[in-house]
Design a protein around this ligand. Structure first.
Ligand SMILES: Cc1cc2nc3c(=O)[nH]c(=O)nc-3n(C[C@H](O)[C@H](O)[C@H](O)COP(=O)(O)OP(=O)(O)OC[C@H]3O[C@@H](n4cnc5c(N)ncnc54)[C@H](O)[C@@H]3O)c2cc1C
Length: 241
């Protein structure tokens, strides 16, 4: 692959690289209240009761039992997504690739054909609708031209011996970055409640589509690890406990 030529991508990637997370982690943490140090022995005892307990904790927002687990994701997404992501401060740890210590790769975001392009209405009330063929053409061409130009300027400065941390100033927020993001189920639920749009949400949110694409992939991975917890989250209106 030629690393000097821009590549244009219309999707994000999310890989679950490490985890220690299951529904039973919620159960033993919650049951210490009543069973003390024996709470670990009770884990597999009564699946229906376990489901009921998780649902009760979710409904009544007893949140701390959902913190005794860990998931690490490798995320690759445009910088404008990371700007939004890093606002989530509580229960998240991040490490991102450095534009000071490595040459940034020319991977750039261009919205796919299914990405709604046109905003209608007023802030807080607006909706997004399909773009026309012509609008998609304008977006694709304008972005490609701009990305090629800015990456060429970046390379020109690097070749002239300018430091990476200075040259990167010309790169746009559509450039892809990568990071490890580690969370627990409680912090993930808070993130999902704000960064996904769902008919089941009691409190609707209107996230930018691209961070929602990341959130959806995280949610799918989490739902496999903790199906009872995920189901209780959805059943209780997607409100983080
Ligand atoms: C649709 C949408 C639009 C947005 N638009 C904008 C925008 O225009 N401009 C902008 O700047 N941001 C914007 N944001 C970001 C938003 O304001 C939050 O910074 C972001 O969603 C992270 O949420 P959080 O603070 O609840 O998360 P976290 O930082 O993970 O915090 C989790 C929870 O911990 C508690 N908490 C954390 N820190 C504190 C604290 N210092 N004091 C008290 N309690 C605390 C709160 O209960 C908080 O909900 C937007 C977010 C969304 C979802």
């Amino acid at each position: 692959m030629d690393d000097s030529q821009p590549r244009f991508l219309d999707d994000v990637t999310v890989e679950l690289v490490k985890h220690s997370a299951s529904d039973t982690d919620v159960l033993w943490a919650a049951r210490v209240s009543t069973a003390g140090e024996q709470s670990l022995d009770e884990i597999g005892k009564d699946p229906e009761r376990s489901k009921g307990l998780i649902n009760y904790l979710m409904r009544d927002r007893h949140g701390s039992p959902f913190e005794h687990n860990s998931m690490t994701f490798l995320v690759s997404a445009p910088i404008f997504v990371f700007r939004e992501f890093h606002r989530h401060r509580v229960g998240w740890s991040y490490n991102e690739e450095s534009g000071r210590y490595r040459q940034l790769q020319p991977n750039f975001y261009i919205p796919g054909r299914e990405r709604k392009l046109v905003q209608e209405g007023r802030p807080g009330k607006y909706v997004f609708v399909e773009g026309t063929e012509e609008q998609h053409k304008v977006v694709t061409e304008a972005m490609e031209t701009s990305y090629r130009q800015s990456y060429a300027a970046y390379q020109e400065m690097l070749e002239a011996g300018v430091a990476r941390e200075v040259a990167r100033a010309v790169l746009p927020v559509g450039l892809f970055s990568s990071m490890y993001a580690t969370c627990n189920a409680r912090s993930l639920m808070h993130f999902l409640s704000l960064r996904t749009k769902s008919e089941q949400a009691k409190v609707p949110s209107f996230p930018q589509r691209e961070i929602e694409m990341v959130a959806e992939k995280m949610e799918a991975a989490w739902a496999e690890l903790m199906p009872l917890t995920h189901a209780a989250f959805v059943a209780n209106g997607r409100i983080a406990p």
